[in-house]
Design a protein around this ligand. Structure first.
Ligand SMILES: *Cc1c(COP(=O)(O)O)cnc(C)c1O
Length: 373
């Protein structure tokens, strides 16, 4: 492979020594469940996100589920989210017993279309989960205004947007509460699974803190029926090291996105749309192309690994065969599933490989090289 899609070994070369020291330090203390590193990481993450508090969880999925449960979402309720997202967003809603209601996305940003969101609200709607897809925050001012008018809770799925800003404010501080994932390839990734809830709502933070740890504040006194969704302490030790690097890594992603943008415009391909007064963090660098699958294959043969986010929309998945699909379906999401192509993107991606990727992308438009003039 000439160009990897994501290269976690390059990241290890960057922070491995520090992560190793931090993890070994925690191992020696045998402080292995919640404890010092989880508490400190929660404080540091809350400061980073410019919110009142954070609660570590074992994944992004459980972070979303616990927020919804803490806000009282359950069977009989509907929760609206974007049709073009990772399945975890819908699964978190289903886990509470509520029904996910999908709405189509804005064709420029692939984030939830606020007008379609408003049109999908019913008496049963309890919450909306905008997804900051690919690292770009959703249209939060409109979403918040609509939600306030209808008395809905706003839960950000910020699992791809660690550090992004919207009108100057951090992703994670834009709704009632937000969920992050620390899956290894996310902008802030653990060495295994992890997640977090951040919020300015003290009562919400208190409730999810109970829910993630067997419903107990004090050992063996169980106030509510909780779960075990704690953030692993060794992961928290590693995440504390990596959080210090996040802004630098996001800056490196921005430089790579800018280089892609220039090279793509030069060959007549439109780079991803960036909304005014928004700072995306380029979790993924996603373009649209014709004949995506054939071109992906040709790029792979040329040594360039790419991705598709996402090839099968949620409403076409076996898991959601019983989902009520909106009248007219989801044309933007359907079209995107055929055309989206994610180019290699990670902070250590050598800048001189970007023209190599874009050349291979250009060449992939031709069935055999030299066949077209
Ligand atoms: C990664 C991701 C999640 C879920 O995160 P896990 O930690 O894998 O559970 C949820 N939503 C989106 C948009 C994601 O990208």
């Amino acid at each position: 492979m000439t160009v990897r899609f994501v290269d976690l070994m390059a990241q290890w070369a960057d922070v491995g020594d520090e992560v190793e020291a931090a993890v070994v330090h925690t191992l020696r203390r045998t402080d292995l469940v919640l404890g010092h590193d989880v508490e400190r990481f929660e404080e540091e993450l809350a400061d980073y996100c410019e919110v009142a508090g954070a609660v570590g969880t074992d994944s992004g999925l459980s972070a979303l589920e616990l927020i919804l449960r803490a806000y009282g979402v359950g069977p009989e309720d509907e929760v609206i989210t974007a049709a073009n997202t990772f399945i975890a967003t819908a699964l978190a809603i289903s886990a509470t017993g509520a029904s996910p209601v999908l709405v189509d996305v804005d064709p420029r940003t692939y984030t939830i279309d606020p007008l379609l969101f408003e049109a999908a609200i019913t008496e049963r709607t309890k919450a909306v989960v905008p997804v900051h897809l690919y690292g770009q925050p959703a249209e939060m001012d409109s979403i918040r205004a609509i939600a306030r008018r209808h008395g809905l809770v706003v839960v950000e799925d910020a699992c791809q947007a660690h550090g992004a800003r919207y009108r100057g404010r951090r992703a994670g501080s834009l709704g009632d509460a937000a969920a992050f994932s620390f899956y290894p390839s996310k902008n802030l990734g653990a060495y295994g699974d992890g997640g977090a809830i951040v919020s300015n709502d003290g009562a919400l933070l208190d409730e999810v803190r109970l829910l993630r740890n067997y419903g107990q504040r004090e050992k063996y006194r169980h106030e509510v029926r909780g779960f075990n969704h704690r953030l692993d302490t060794l992961q928290a030790a590693a995440l504390r090291v990596k959080l210090c690097r996040l802004d630098g890594w996001n800056q490196a992603r921005r430089e790579r996105a800018a280089a892609y943008g220039q090279a793509l415009r030069a060959i007549g391909i439109e780079p991803p749309h960036v909304v005014d007064d928004v700072e995306p963090v380029w979790h993924l660098f996603v373009i649209e192309v014709d004949e995506r699958d054939a071109r992906r294959q040709r790029m792979l043969e040329a040594g360039i690994d790419t991705g598709v986010h996402y090839p099968i929309p949620i409403h076409r998945q076996g898991a959601y065969a019983d989902l009520r699909v909106a009248a007219g379906g989801y044309p933007i999401t359907e079209r995107a599933a055929q055309r989206l192509l994610s180019l290699p993107m990670y902070p250590q991606l050598p800048l001189d490989l970007i023209p190599v990727v874009v050349d291979a992308l250009l060449a992939s438009a031709r069935p055999t090289s030299g066949a077209l003039t």
